[in-house]
Design a protein around this ligand. Structure first.
Ligand SMILES: Nc1ncnc2c1ncn2[C@@H]1O[C@H](COP(=O)(O)OP(=O)(O)OP(=O)(O)O)[C@@H](O)[C@H]1O
Ligand code: SF4
Ligand SMILES: [Mg+2]
Length: 320
């Protein structure tokens, strides 16, 4: 098998606030293969966006990467100087940010905003850049006249397509899409999901698709990582995760998907995720887990391989 495009090892990203240290990403390891889509799921505040920022070396202060490796195409980017990172950001790894509809500058025409990226990174002329911008608008299903429009003249769905085009335009190896459909209504959400699925087939890119909504992950991901309170609690091929979820948290998330469980009562996991300044000892899920045992309150469960490629961090499956 070829080397993964991205290999993340024991990544820790903390925010050092005046009220304590928020351990937002706390020892996370996974990889993404060529043309693979990894879905990252978990409730609000579990560290999904922080993980995305870290992969681009864009963690905002007071946050920083405190440990681990992020190996992109064989190069550990955690130790690169910022000017080297700037060369690979957007060209090798890019991100559609959560709430990205607001990242477009309202007073600059869409075409000029896209062209600027190409002129800066590729040294193209304005005319060359606008030609490529038009091709990418077509790729994301927009007409060339969108180039001349201002962002406020576009619908939410059109803006999201523009932002996706910008993330793809330098042909990165890996695109991170952070909740790319959350701000959109259901119909437009379905259209953007179809666009992403089509891009997955057509373009030779790997993708990390971040969402709190496991049903969206079921549509697009080859592999799934379930995060809880800064940690990956289950990781495996999509089929395995949806057909044989093992971690009680994953099981709870799946039970709460309406479309997959139409005939059963919808259940949600009671309680709320912990404060990441002071997470519970042992298994961080234990205060909400119906299966919690003594060991769960004392010791952190290791992530063990329960079947090929399927990992789970839970004392129900690990040997003491
Ligand atoms: N700039 C910051 N300063 C301090 N703490 C932060 C900062 N940004 C995020 N956090 C904290 O880090 C943790 C992880 O936040 P993050 O935004 O990564 O979660 P998320 O999984 O993306 O949530 P959501 O689903 O709501 O987008 C949370 O506890 C959050 O409060
Ligand atoms: S380790 Fe224990 S508390 Fe944590 S999910 Fe497994 S059974 Fe529940
Ligand atoms: Mg987020």
């Amino acid at each position: 098998m070829s080397a993964p495009v991205l290999d993340v090892k024991n990544l820790k990203v903390y925010y050092f606030t005046s009220r304590g240290t928020v351990k937002a990403v706390d020892g996370v390891s996974f990889n993404v293969a060529e043309r693979e889509v990894l879905g990252i799921a978990g409730e609000s505040g579990c560290g999904k966006s922080t993980l995305g920022y870290a992969l681009l070396r864009l963690v905002p202060p007071p946050g920083r990467i405190v440990d681990g490796k992020i190996i992109l195409d064989g190069v550990d980017i955690t130790s690169l100087p910022e000017d080297e990172v700037r060369k690979i950001r957007w060209s090798k790894i890019s991100m559609v940010f959560q709430g990205a509809l607001n990242v477009l500058n309202p007073v600059i025409r869409v075409g000029d905003q896209i062209a600027e990226v190409l002129m800066y990174h590729k040294g193209l002329t304005k005319k060359e850049a606008l030609d490529i911008a038009a091709q990418y608008l077509k790729l994301v299903g927009l007409a060339p006249d969108v180039l001349r429009r201002y962002p406020h003249e576009l619908s939410g769905g059109m803006k999201q397509r523009v932002v996706i085009a910008m993330a793809l335009i330098l042909k990165p190896r890996l695109v991170i899409a952070d909740e790319p459909t959350t701000a959109l209504d259901v119909v437009v959400q379905a259209q953007i999901m179809n666009l992403l699925k089509q891009l997955k087939e057509q373009e030779k890119i790997s993708m990390i698709f971040i969402t709190h909504d496991l049903s969206l992950i079921a549509e697009i991901a080859d592999k799934v990582a379930v995060m809880y309170a800064g940690k990956i609690v289950e990781l495996g091929p999509s089929d395995a995760i949806f057909e044989r979820p093992m971690h009680p948290y994953t099981q709870g998330l799946i039970r709460s998907i309406p479309s997959l469980r139409q005939r059963k009562t919808l259940t949600w996991i009671p309680g709320a995720p912990p404060d990441l300044r002071n997470p519970p000892p042992g298994c961080r899920f234990h205060p909400r887990c119906p299966f919690a045992m003594d060991v769960c309150r004392r010791e952190e469960p290791p992530l063990v391989e329960v079947e090929p490629g399927h990992y789970v961090a839970c004392w129900l499956y690990a040997k003491k």
